[in-house]
Design a binder for this molecule. Structure first.
Ligand SMILES: C[S@@+](CC[C@H](N)C(=O)[O-])C[C@H]1O[C@@H](n2cnc3c(N)ncnc32)[C@H](O)[C@@H]1O
Length: 302
């Protein structure tokens, strides 16, 4: 993963994450954060499409390449919930396999799906490996007048080995006391360490952090995870990477990273976002090897 100049380096892969995970070496990754798309509960008809490179094709993909799409079938699911868990299960098993002995998984999920996913995670990692349910709480957007406004998401932390895992307590950022008048001046100025409830604003729709990719998570939340649960030089993995927030948190803190997403737009956003941090390889299986200013694009297996 090193770029040859001693700094951290990153890899971005455009692909379905399951075959990528299956190819990875066991125990090769020190920290995994994932934020899988959750089941919305909306009726979904799934259409299976085959996409082939074709200059006269109907779609434009990564780096402007043209593709032709052919519908090869469609299916709907009576039990969409079971389908979602069946989608996650093999990926979580691979995540467990590729984690280093002292590694951890952070699993970010919508509050409506969290409890079902927790049972699946307990099954894959073992109940003893469950360390925390972190609640990311924010306070933005419309407020229901018919029930308590839902303003949180869950992040489950599982340690591969609950007896030996990376936890850099001194790397925690500090937060203000709620009642600073009740503690000494010095303590109040230093702040306190966070609990399992993390108050952090969403990515501002108008701020500089925004990439434009929907579902982008705040860098502050990811940096806290990266600093406390990994060490400089470690390799971090996000296989539902979206806009690449995990990659930016890794790069800013001297960690290597591997980002996987099946959406060409996500890979484009990530390559642009991370190009400024140094060595980034964006890999498009069977794709173009033309270099971009912000990232070197290479063939898979390069
Ligand atoms: C909720 S978003 C992740 C957002 C990310 N945490 C961020 O901060 O930008 C989930 C991502 O998973 C990707 N995805 C869904 N299914 C996938 C699969 N089978 N393989 C790889 N990526 C997938 C989607 O394209 C989407 O970008």
């Amino acid at each position: 993963m090193k770029d040859g100049q001693g700094g951290p380096s990153g890899r971005i892969i455009l692909a379905d994450n399951l075959p990528v995970l299956r190819e990875m070496d066991a125990r090769s990754v020190h920290l995994i954060y994932i934020d899988p798309p959750f089941n919305t509960g909306k009726a979904q008809q799934r259409t299976r499409i085959r996409v082939d490179r074709d200059e006269d094709g109907d779609r434009t993909g990564f780096q402007g390449a043209r593709y032709r799409s052919t519908v090869i079938g469609s299916s709907s699911y009576d039990d969409r919930h079971d389908d979602y868990l069946a989608f996650l299960a093999p990926r979580l098993r691979e995540a467990h396999r590729v984690l280093a002995p002292t590694g951890s998984l952070f699993f970010h999920i919508d509050y409506r799906e969290a409890h079902y996913c927790k049972i699946l995670l307990d099954d894959v990692f073992g109940r003893a490996s469950f360390m925390n349910e972190i609640i990311w709480a924010y306070d933005y957007g419309a407020r229901s007048k018919r029930k308590w406004p839902a303003k949180h998401e869950a992040i489950f932390w599982y340690a591969k080995d609950p007896g030996a895992y990376t936890f850099n307590f001194d790397e925690m950022d500090r937060i203000p006391y709620m009642a600073p008048g009740l503690v000494g001046k010095e303590k109040a100025a230093r702040g306190k360490t966070p609990t399992d409830v993390w108050w952090h604003t969403i990515v501002s729709p108008t701020g500089g952090e925004k990439t434009g990719y929907p579902t982008q998570k705040p860098l502050g939340v990811l940096e806290r995870i990266v600093k406390v649960h990994s060490n400089p030089g470690d390799t971090l993995l996000d296989f539902f990477a979206g806009s690449g927030t995990t990659g930016e948190a890794a790069a800013r803190n001297g960690r290597n990273y591997i980002l996987v997403d099946s959406n060409p737009e996500a890979v484009r956003v990530m390559a642009e976002r991370l190009g400024g941090y140094g060595a980034v390889r964006a890999t498009v299986p069977g794709g173009s090897d033309r270099p971009q200013p912000e990232a070197r694009i290479t063939q898979d297996g390069d």
